[in-house]
Write a protein that binds this ligand. Structure first.
Ligand code: GLU
Length: 335
């Protein structure tokens, strides 16, 4: 564990602002135009219904921390949120139980193995290690408030809807397609249960997890949800507080370490932003204090990340100056 001593030290923040609305609008349209011709990648089909997605769809949205909105292309086309739900449910779980409890129960380290790995659990004595892979996400879903699965589902749906600023619709077809083919997630749930790391019926928790993955969002909603984490936990469009600023910091740290499957390190190296992707083709990237980008296009690279979404967000990270690790020398007076 990393030694920490936060007693009596207030969290100060170092943030900047995005350029003016018109410049951001211009860059969002440019990023969309420039990458819409990209033709590489394959649409995921291990959840059968996802295989029917139109590979030509491409939406991009940016929401800044003052609530300014920019949409390009298919930014309002809905798709199932899938794995991107993990980061928002994780934020809600920390809000409920606190930094230490969630860190100790779920863990915050990258497993270095695939998102649905059984080996990762076995190698770590049943400890999920990471809330952004399926085992850790199922353990996180189990932590959500609610005496029974329906109540947990309700708190997840309400919480994710608060991040989006509107009631998120549930996609029954996606849910049924996944629930009929998710033996592996059920196996992960049972393995967690066998190690005593899941309270409650594991199949019921996996069912709630599958429901959370079946909430529909367009890229526009992803940008609002991400911008809430960029804005210290206040939804910049509705003005409503969803989680605390500390919860945003904790969530974004974990997302930065493991949001893009096995390419998380490469993503941070090239793009320099906490981001989470999902198999239906969405990516949300968050620039703390500034805003967030949501992108959607179904064709994925071999790691499961949308190709066009990565290109478009990479474009914005560079042109809007969002890379957390980029700096320029300060101007000094001539000697
Ligand atoms: N519902 C999907 C699963 O559990 C989410 C996977 C993802 O988007 O990475 O397999």
């Amino acid at each position: 564990m990393i030694p920490t001593d936060t007693e009596g030290i207030d969290q100060a923040v170092a943030t900047g602002a995005l350029p003016g609305w018109e410049r951001v609008e211009e860059l969002v349209l440019e990023a969309h135009r420039r990458h819409s011709g990209e033709a590489s990648g394959e649409v995921a089909d291990y959840i059968p219904i996802l295989g029917a997605a139109d590979p030509a769809l491409f939406g991009l949205a940016v929401v800044d921390a003052t609530g300014g909105v920019h949409d390009a292309g298919d930014a309002l086309h809905p798709f199932s949120i899938q794995s991107i739900s993990k980061m928002f449910v994780y934020a809600l779980a920390i809000q409920e139980h606190g930094h230490e409890t969630v860190r100790d129960i779920v863990g915050v380290n990258n497993t270095g193995l695939s998102f649905n790995s059984v080996m990762a659990l076995e190698l770590n004595g049943g400890h999920p290690m990471n809330p952004m892979v399926n085992a850790g996400a199922i353990a996180t879903t189990a932590l959500m408030p609610g005496a029974d699965p329906d109540a947990k589902w309700e708190s997840i749906r309400d919480g994710l809807s608060a991040f989006a600023g509107r009631e998120l619709p549930f996609d029954d077809d996606v849910y049924h397609s996944e629930i009929q083919t998710n033996e592996r997630n059920r196996a992960l749930g049972r393995l967690l249960g066998s190690y005593g790391r899941l309270t409650g019926d594991s199949d019921e928790i996996v069912d709630v997890y599958t429901r959370q993955c079946s909430l529909n969002v367009p890229a526009h909603d992803l940008a609002v949800m991400g911008a809430t984490l960029a804005d210290g936990g206040v939804n910049p469009v509705t003005g409503r507080r969803v989680v605390s600023a500390d919860v945003c910091r904790d969530t974004l740290a974990v997302v930065a370490a493991s949001g893009l499957y096995e390419r998380s390190g490469e993503w941070l190296f090239e793009i320099g932003l906490p981001a989470k992707s999902g198999v239906s083709g969405g990516i949300v990237a968050v620039a703390p204090g500034k805003g967030a980008a949501g992108a959607f296009s179904p064709p994925l690279d071999s790691a499961g990340n949308s190709v066009r979404a990565q290109l478009a967000i990479g474009h914005l990270s560079r042109s809007l100056g969002l890379n957390l690790f980029a700096s320029a020398p300060m101007t000094r007076a001539e000697e």
